[in-house]
Ligand binder design. Structure first.
Ligand code: NAI
Length: 302
């Protein structure tokens, strides 16, 4: 087995077993970073085929990570991949994943579906289990409105791709206890992330700031102030960003961008998030970005 050394400041009720509900893009990444860190993790998804896909993508990604970590040592790479992969269990039954220290929800971005899941988890999980949502755009408090253990509930907002992006936003709900917040922060660190704390506000920290930035880049393009190529070069070389706003928009997906801006406009009424014709038209034309083969730029479809 694996021995884990916790520093003296680590709470006794540290999280050691995790379930991720939803084995899509985000859920499979969250499960992977937990398994890599030596934790046993169960992925639950309603769709059995997607679970197989998740396992495949986790195996591929673990191999990539292993090769980076252990360069030429093939035996070490193999044992890293095998040991990490063996810690990942999958199931289509929620009950199989209920008896753990932490459940992270990463299912569809729909309030009623998430509420139903949390109400069920609240009933079947042991009292000590912390429940968390990875939602990007729905209020953490609203998702957990029907649960009793509001002190052991909050948000754990990861970034795509989870194994690569180093940040985790730890979102405090109205009733999240200090102990729960501490346990979530420590767990985030244990899976290799740098954690920041934020309140349950639209977009939390990162997306709330990326929204106006992306929106103004789109308006610059609409007004014809500069070309998209020049705007991207400008932000990379002038502001030190790793991608320009249009490269990032294509990566995230323009449907997602339109949705996120819409939610923040609805919730804040701040005109910086107001609808942008150019973005609406791109989505109507199916120019979603990398995933559809064309967005602001053209891509070779995989
Ligand atoms: P996805 O569509 O790739 O995966 C969602 C998975 O949940 C699917 O495999 C689906 O079968 C499963 N599912 C749906 N209903 C379920 C239920 N009731 N029980 C169990 N499984 C169920 O979606 P993705 O992109 O992974 O997003 C998941 C969550 O993460 C959303 O809340 C989203 O807002 C959030 N998020 C997404 C980010 C992104 O860049 N895609 C970034 C950060 C958060």
């Amino acid at each position: 087995g694996i021995t884990r050394n916790f520093s003296s400041s680590t709470s006794l009720n540290a999280i050691k077993t995790v379930t991720v509900v939803g084995g899509g893009l985000m859920g499979s990444g969250i499960a992977q970073v937990a398994a890599q860190a030596g934790q046993n993790v169960t992925i639950i998804d309603v769709n059995g085929e997607l679970l197989e896909k998740a396992q495949k993508s986790i195996h591929t990604n673990l191999t990539r990570v292993g090769k980076k970590l252990y360069k030429g040592d093939a035996a070490k790479v193999d044992s890293f991949v095998k040991e990490s992969f063996d810690r990942v269990k999958v199931s289509t039954k929620l009950e199989d994943g209920a008896d753990v220290d932490l459940v992270v929800e990463a299912i569809v971005e729909k309030l009623d579906v998430k509420q139903e899941l949390f109400n069920k988890l609240d009933q079947i999980a042991p009292a000590h289990t912390i429940l968390a949502t990875n939602t990007s755009s729905i209020s953490v408090n609203e998702i957990g409105a029907g649960i009793k253990r509001k002190d052991r509930y909050g948000g754990l907002h990861f970034f795509n791709p989870v194994p690569v992006m180093r940040l985790l936003e730890v979102v405090k709900g109205d009733e999240t206890s200090a102990e729960t917040h501490k346990a979530m922060m420590e767990w985030g660190q244990s899976v290799g992330k740098t954690c920041i704390t934020c309140k349950d506000t639209p977009g939390f920290v990162v997306n709330r700031l990326l929204g106006p930035y992306t929106a103004e880049a789109l308006r610059m393009l609409e007004r014809g102030d500069a070309t998209k190529e020049d705007i991207d070069i400008g932000m990379k070389l002038g502001a030190g960003y790793p991608m320009g706003p249009f490269e990032l928009a294509d990566y995230t997906g323009n449907d997602t961008n339109l949705f996120a801006l819409g939610v923040m406009y609805e919730k804040t009424k701040n005109p910086v998030f107001a609808p942008i014709k150019l973005l609406e038209n791109m989505v109507k034309e199916g120019k979603l970005g990398i995933k559809s083969g064309e967005g602001f730029y053209k891509y070779n479809k995989k």
